[in-house]
Design a protein around this ligand. Structure first.
Ligand code: T4K
Length: 395
């Protein structure tokens, strides 16, 4: 196959450019923390590093309680269970599968709401239509770190007597109307997976101002133990390890620097793709704090020289491993596509956006020169679209 720019045979990048290549922070400082951890011989279960991490995250976000956990999926499960959600819970269909699975895992039905194509977040006009006597809550997702309309969702939740929480997996260090994400709803859940700009290898955190909920989740993440020999809830093992907290603390020291690089990369892509027909770079509100961790393109196949999937193929052939997050939508993944076979009828915008989105590599390991080359690949492929199509067809 040759989908490379004409005249070249090798991929433009000898090593793959990944979406989600982890940031590393100050390696020496991280190793110092790990060395201290070895000296203390305290590796997990509420060690000093986890305590410091929870305190600093809570302060950073401006909430009373931060409960560090081993990943955001378990974090969502714990928050959902502690909040007493059951029956049906409304979530967007356009999200990572974990949002839906955290409910289904507990035999709660995720009811998929369509999205607003401008924001990629839940369409408020659709939310109310989905409320039934079985509905107990709403989980908004701040897609790409761009906040949901939290005020309007809170108003609906209050009026309809529903619990409201947020999957803030993408939104650490982002704000809404000047207030940090993390302080909205009953609780919010961050993901600190290695692919996030700020991470703890694997990890996450539940943040809340609710004392009772925080205490309950704190016990639930440790099997429900209250003291050495007493279990008072059904619990699980959701604990964050010390080595993970060491990574988080190290990256927290560098969070502004990482965001500055993400922003620089974002601007470089914007410049590089300026005027490219049929392609829109998803924007961040400059009045808010943003982490700029996702470079999201929307490719309009009717106007762009190549459609989204063709562009992905071209980029992959050049070792640029662009992703189709979150295609094809949760409702088209199992078990949901079998359980709710007609869900797509109510999700036209989810389907449309899922067919258009293409996410490009960014982060500390990507340079402006890399970005210029990625944009050049896209432009060159567009200029030679027929050749590219033939090459792709012949694979
Ligand atoms: N809610 C939402 C809205 C989410 O987006 C997520 C997770 C969650 C909840 C649940 O959070 P966690 O339980 O994970 O904390 C990734 C991540 O696994 C997932 O955390 C993330 N969202 C989702 C958007 O993306 P994949 O399947 O794309 O990740 P993976 O492991 O294939 O890595 C992506 C690329 O990064 C690869 O091409 C290779 C590169 N990579 C990855 C790792 C782990 C590296 O270069 N080094 C690495 O160490 O799902």
């Amino acid at each position: 196959m040759n989908t490379q720019a004409p005249g070249t045979q090798k991929p433009a990048f000898p090593e793959p450019l990944h979406v989600g290549r982890p940031n590393c922070g100050d390696r020496e400082r991280f190793l110092e923390r790990v060395s201290d951890m070895f000296d203390r011989r305290w590796f997990t279960n509420n060690g000093l590093l986890v305590q410091e991490f929870e305190k600093r995250i809570g302060e950073f976000v401006g909430v009373k309680h931060c409960i560090a956990v081993c990943n955001a999926t378990i974090g969502l499960e714990l928050a959902i269970r502690a909040a007493g959600l059951k029956g049906e819970v409304i979530i967007p269909a356009f999200t990572f599968i974990a949002t839906a699975h955290a409910l289904q895992w507990q035999e709660i039905t995720p009811v998929f709401c369509d999205i607003d194509p401008r924001t990629h977040n839940m369409d408020l006009a659709r939310v109310e239509e989905l409320i039934t006597p079985k509905t107990t809550g709403i989980i908004g997702v701040h897609m790409w770190g761009r906040p949901c309309d939290v005020g309007a969702l809170a108003e609906i939740a209050q009026r309809r007597n529903l619990k409201l929480m947020f999957d803030a997996a993408h939104a650490f260090a982002c704000s809404h109307e000047g207030k940090m994400i993390g302080g909205f709803g009953l609780a919010e859940v961050f993901s600190f997976h290695a692919t996030k700009f700020f991470h703890t290898f694997e990890g996450g955190a539940i943040v809340t101002d609710n004392d009772e909920l925080a205490a309950q989740i704190g016990l639930m993440k440790n099997f429900g133990f209250s003291g050495y020999d007493n279990v008072i809830y059904v619990g699980t093992n959701g604990k964050m390890t010390e080595v993970c907290a060491a990574m988080g603390l190290t990256l927290l020291d560098a969070v502004d620097e990482i965001i500055a690089v993400n922003r620089r990369n974002y601007e470089a892509y914007r410049e590089g793709l300026r005027g490219f027909p049929g392609v829109r770079l998803v924007e961040y509100d400059p009045k808010e704090r943003n982490n700029y961790q996702y470079i999201v393109l929307e490719v309009d196949s009717a106007r762009a020289p190549l459609n989204r999937d063709e562009l992905i193929d071209v980029l992959h052939a050049e070792n640029v491993l662009a992703r189709k997050y979150f295609w094809p939508g949760c409702h088209r993944m199992e078990p949901y596509r079998s359980l709710q076979p007609n869900a797509s009828l109510l999700l036209p915008q989810t389907e449309r956006i899922a067919d258009r989105v293409l996410v490009l590599p960014t982060g500390m390991s990507i340079t402006c020169e890399d970005i210029e080359r990625v944009c050049a690949i896209i432009r060159t492929a567009a200029e030679h679209k027929e050749e590219v199509r033939n090459a792709l067809r012949g694979r």
